[in-house]
Ligand binder design. Structure first.
Ligand code: QAP
Ligand code: CO
Length: 171
């Protein structure tokens, strides 16, 4: 089932998401719904709060070298914790909750992630490049943070102006 995605400036996006404790059928169905929602909207990452569920769950599906998203590459991540972040890089980010806006954001270049999968099993992975960036972007959602909050004052002003204009044109 495709779920509606909450967009900025909806206040729900500011909520701090709660730990996942039940790794049951209901969670699995929800993760499946997140996946079809993300793919339908051409996303590579989605946090549960973006579909109005404030739990510490996120999914990622990073395209391969040919730009194809493969269902086998889906990562379902519950209760993530970042360890050993290293380096910095700039990457032009977007967000399904901030449609049509993209800006360069500074992130760690590599990290180790500890998390639980859909069965509650403890897992870890090493992430670099786009995967590392996407993990940091989605974990920020769990803390109620959007990438636009990392912009300088000047670029944030520019965003607010452009975004309001685009919303008016949509209506
Ligand atoms: C987060 O973002 C991310 O504005 C996932 O019109 C961003 O999937 C991870 C999207 C950057 C790594 C690098 C945005 C689709 C998708 C839009 C997304 C839009 C259509 C964003
Ligand atoms: Co986002």
């Amino acid at each position: 089932m495709i779920l509606p995605i909450i967009t900025y400036p909806d206040k729900q996006l500011k909520l701090k998401s709660k730990e996942v404790t039940l790794f049951d059928e209901k969670l699995h169905t929800f993760l499946d719904d997140m996946y079809v929602t993300m793919i339908e909207r051409n996303g590579i990452g989605l946090a549960a709060i973006q579909v109005a569920n404030p739990i510490r769950a996120l999914i990622l599906c990073i395209p391969d070298d040919d730009g194809n998203q493969n269902k086998e590459n889906i990562l379902e991540i519950m209760n993530p914790v970042i360890h050993n972040p290293q380096g910095n890089l700039l990457y032009q980010e977007g967000c399904l909750s901030v449609p049509g806006f993209y800006e360069d954001i500074e992130r760690y270049e590599s990290l180790v992630l500890h998390y639980q999968n859909r069965f509650g099993e403890h897992c870890s992975l090493n992430a670099t490049e786009l995967l590392a960036i996407a993990i940091q972007h989605e974990i920020d959602h769990l803390e109620g943070k959007l990438f636009i909050e990392k912009l300088s004052y000047h670029r944030r002003k520019k965003f607010e102006k452009e975004y309001k204009k685009a919303q008016k044109e949509k209506k």
